[in-house]
Design a protein around this ligand. Structure first.
Ligand code: 13P
Ligand code: ZN
Length: 275
């Protein structure tokens, strides 16, 4: 099968375009990666090259040795992915130590995978282990309202989680584990990758102060839906803070406890503090 005919590739392209349409991907902002199933790599084998040069990932992910990933290219624009996926995307294979990668398909006009490859792969490694292999998608987006909130809220998991939960009743059901926050760091390197993957042990969402968000999920729908839900909640919070910084009423701690029972989710106690 041709790479572009594969269902996972079409889902990936659609998700890039959905993110662009949301306004989360100015210029080359944001990146996406998908950990391919063995049978998916097999199904497109006829188009995978094996002669590419091995390059350093910049970190070590031994748990992902030998696996294939579909990723966006560095400097590529999400708005162009749907028009020319072979220019914007790449399939990369990892070596048997999980320290180097090589390009097997895509980036036909040159280039390299996203500069956030260390964060993507370290998150994949953590989430693969934490979910028994179910999570396959890692998504980074420059979500406007979440970024705005990182200038006005304390950069604490407890504050962001609780404030975002209060903005929409579905939130504690969609992200019951909450969200993690990292303070401002230089993007694109191992240090921010380590900090983010540490948060991913506990959460499916990590906020990068003054930069954006990372989300992890099983498939494109769930991961995009998670990003969308968190960002929409942040938009409501921005509106509320703009209209009237002191809430007249809200979803209470007891409301959350009642919701958790009916929707059969476990909400960590540290987010259920009395305000
Ligand atoms: P890339 O173009 O290298 O993917 O970088 C975009 C980005 O959002 C960096 O955080
Ligand atoms: Zn970014």
């Amino acid at each position: 099968m041709k790479v572009l005919d594969a269902k996972f590739v079409q889902g990936f392209i659609r998700m890039c375009n959905d993110g662009w349409e949301q306004g989360w991907h100015e210029r080359n902002g944001g990146n996406l990666s998908y950990r391919m199933k063995e049978e998916e790599a097999e199904s497109v084998r006829e188009e995978l090259q094996t002669g590419g040069e091995w390059r350093e990932i910049g970190t070590s992910v031994p748990g992902l040795a030998g696996q294939y990933f579909l990723v966006t290219g560095s400097g590529k624009y999400f708005r162009n992915v749907i028009l020319d996926p072979e220019d914007s995307l790449a399939i990369v294979e990892l070596d048997d130590k999980g320290e180097r990668y090589r390009i097997c398909w895509g980036l036909v006009n040159g280039g390299r995978p996203t500069s956030e490859l260390p964060s993507h792969l370290m998150n994949h490694e953590v989430k693969m282990q934490a979910t028994g292999g179910r999570h396959r998608v890692i998504y980074h987006a420059h979500t406007t309202n979440v970024i705005a909130l990182t200038f006005v809220l304390p950069l604490k998991d407890e504050v962001f989680t609780r404030e975002l939960w209060e903005m929409a009743t579905e939130c504690p059901v969609v992200f019951p584990d909450g969200v993690g926050v990292v303070g401002w760091m230089v993007p694109g390197g191992r240090e921010i990758a380590v900090a983010t993957s540490e948060l991913m042990k506990k959460y499916d969402v990590a906020i990068w102060a003054h930069h954006g968000m990372f989300a992890s999920g099983e498939d494109f729908d769930l991961t995009f839906g998670l990003m969308h839900t968190v960002e929409k909640s942040a938009e409501i919070l921005v509106k509320q803070l703009s209209m009237c910084p002191a809430k007249l009423q809200t979803i209470t701690t007891q409301n959350f406890r009642d919701l958790a029972v009916d929707f059969k989710v476990t909400l960590p106690e540290r987010f259920l503090y009395e305000k």
